[in-house]
Design a protein around this ligand. Structure first.
Ligand SMILES: Nc1ncnc2c1ncn2[C@@H]1O[C@H](COP(=O)(O)OP(=O)(O)O)[C@@H](O)[C@H]1O
Ligand SMILES: [Mg+2]
Length: 375
C-alpha cells in the first residue's frame, strides 16, 4: 500500500482525488493546500508527497523547506515550463506529472515507485561439473545475464575457476578481479570501495568478478579471503552465480557451502557421465538438498538421453539445455553473452527459461522482464 499525501490547490486536488480514490493499492492520506502545513508533515522515506506547482510558484521562499521533508516528491506541474522544471530539480522530485495528464499518468508514475517484491535470502547458484568443457562457463555467464534481465534485483557473477575465462568472454574490459578484491578487503579496504571497483553492467544491475589474470595468482587466494568476497557479494546481490573449477577443491566446497543450488552439468556421453557420477556420489552425501542436475546438449544424437542419465547418476535431471550450434562460440568471439548476442537462439531461450523459473520461485509469479537492455 502506497501512502500518498497531497499539497494542492482545488483544481489539482480534485483531479488527484478522483484518480486515486478508487485505487485499492494507494492510500490517500493528508490533503492540504497550505504549504507550511506540508512542511511540518511527519513523513517517512516510503511516503509520497504530491506537490501542486502552482502553490510553489506562489511561495518560492518555501521550496527549500518542502525539499527538506524526508519523503519522495512528485511535482504536478508543466514539464515544458522551465521554472516548474527548475523547481522539480530543487525539490529533487522523483518525477513530474503534467496537471492535464493526471488521469493518464499519475497512477503509472506512483506504481513505478513501489519497490519490487523483496528477496530475503540471496539465491546463490554454483555451476559445477567434474569434467571440463561441458559448458559451465557458458551456462554461468548466460544464466547471470538472463537473471539480471528477468529480475529487478542485483545479480553478481563470480568466476571462481582459477583457469576461468569469464573475463575474456565479455567484451568490455572487466574491472577488479577476484584476487584484487580479496587482497583489498584483507588490507582494510571498505566493502563499498571493493564493490565499486568491480565491473558493473549498470542498466542490468549486474556485477562481474573475473578470475585473477593468471592461474598462479588465482591460487594465491586464501580460503578465508574467498569466503569473505563471496559473502560480500551475497550480502549485496540477491542473486549470485559462481562458476567453479572441475575438482572438489576446498575453494569449491566453500562456494557449495554457501550455495542455494549446486547446478551440476553433464553431457549425454558415457565417459562424461562416468566422471560426473563419482563427483555426484560425494555431493549427494554432502549436499543432498542442493543438487540440480543439468543435462547440456541434451538434443545431441548420442544414444544417451535424459532417462539414461537419471538412471546412471540416480539423480533427477532438473534442467535440460539443447545444443546452441556454433552460436555460443560466435557470441564469445564477439565478446558478448549469447542471451544478448542472439536472444532467439534455442540455447539462449532455454537458459532464459531457467532464469525465469529461478526468479519466479524467488519473487512469486512469473515476471515479465523489466529491463530491456539494448547494447
Ligand atoms: N549447449 C551448447 N551448445 C553449443 N555449444 C556449447 C554448449 N555448451 C557449451 N558449448 C561450447 O562448448 C565449449 C566449452 O564450453 P565452456 O562453457 O567453456 O565449458 P567449461 O566452462 O565447462 O569448460 C565452448 O566453446 C562453448 O561455447
Ligand atoms: Mg569454464
Amino acid at each position: 500500500m502506497l501512502s500518498v499525501h497531497v499539497l494542492a490547490g482545488p483544481m489539482v486536488m480534485g483531479a488527484v482525488s478522483s484518480v486515486l480514490a478508487p485505487d485499492p493499492e494507494v492510500q490517500l492520506d493528508t490533503r492540504t493546500n497550505n504549504v507550511r502545513e506540508a512542511v511540518n508533515l511527519r513523513l517517512g522515506s516510503d511516503d509520497v508527497l504530491l506537490i501542486d506547482d502552482l502553490l510553489l510558484a506562489q511561495a518560492p521562499g518555501l521550496v527549500a523547506s518542502i525539499k527538506g521533508v524526508p519523503c519522495r516528491k512528485i511535482l504536478v506541474g508543466r514539464v515544458a515550463d522551465p521554472d516548474a522544471a527548475r523547481r522539480a530539480l530543487v525539490l529533487e522530485a522523483v518525477n513530474m506529472v503534467d496537471p492535464d495528464r493526471l488521469s493518464e499518468d499519475l497512477l503509472e508514475v506512483l506504481k513505478s515507485l513501489v519497490q519490487p517484491a523483496t528477496v530475503t535470502d540471496p539465491w546463490v547458484g554454483v555451476v559445477y561439473s567434474a569434467k571440463g568443457g561441458v559448458g559451465k562457463s557458458t551456462v554461468a555467464l548466460n544464466l547471470a545475464w538472463a537473471l539480471a534481465i528477468q529480475s529487478d534485483h542485483d545479480v553478481a557473477l563470480m568466476d571462481a575457476d582459477p583457469l576461468g575465462d569469464i573475463g575474456a568472454m565479455i567484451q568490455d574490459k572487466p574491472g577488479a578481479t577476484l584476487i584484487d578484491v580479496a587482497r583489498g578487503l584483507a588490507a582494510g579496504m571498505s566493502e563499498e570501495k571493493a564493490l565499486s571497483s568491480l565491473y558493473r553492467v549498470k542498466p542490468l544491475g549486474l556485477t562481474v568478478v573475473p578470475a585473477a589474470p593468471s592461474p598462479q595468482d588465482a591460487q594465491k587466494i586464501s580460503m578465508e579471503e574467498f569466503e569473505t568476497v563471496l559473502r560480500l557479494l551475497a550480502a549485496s546481490h540477491p542473486y549470485v552465480v559462481v562458476d567453479v573449477a572441475t575438482g572438489l577443491t576446498d575453494l569449491n566446497l566453500i562456494a557449495m557451502d554457501q550455495a542455494t543450488e549446486i547446478i551440476v552439468l553433464t553431457a549425454p556421453e558415457r565417459v562424461t557421465l562416468g566422471t560426473v557420477k563419482r563427483a555426484v556420489e560425494v555431493l549427494k552425501r554432502l549436499y543432498p538438498n542442493k543438487l540440480a542436475l543439468l543435462l547440456n546438449r541434451a538434443d545431441s544424437d548420442t544414444g544417451v538421453g535424459v532417462r539414461e542419465v537419471e538412471q546412471e547418476l540416480s539423480v533427477p535431471v532438473q534442467y535440460v539445455l539443447p545444443s546452441g550450434g556454433s552460436a555460443p562460440v560466435r557470441a564469445t568471439n564477439r565478446g558478448r553473452p549469447l542471451v544478448l548476442a542472439d536472444a532467439k537462439n534455442t540455447l539462449a531461450r532455454a537458459i532464459t527459461a531457467i532464469a525465469q523459473e529461478i526468479v519466479g520461485g524467488r519473487e512469486g509469479t512469473r515476471r515479465r522482464p523489466r529491463r530491456w537492455f539494448a547494447h
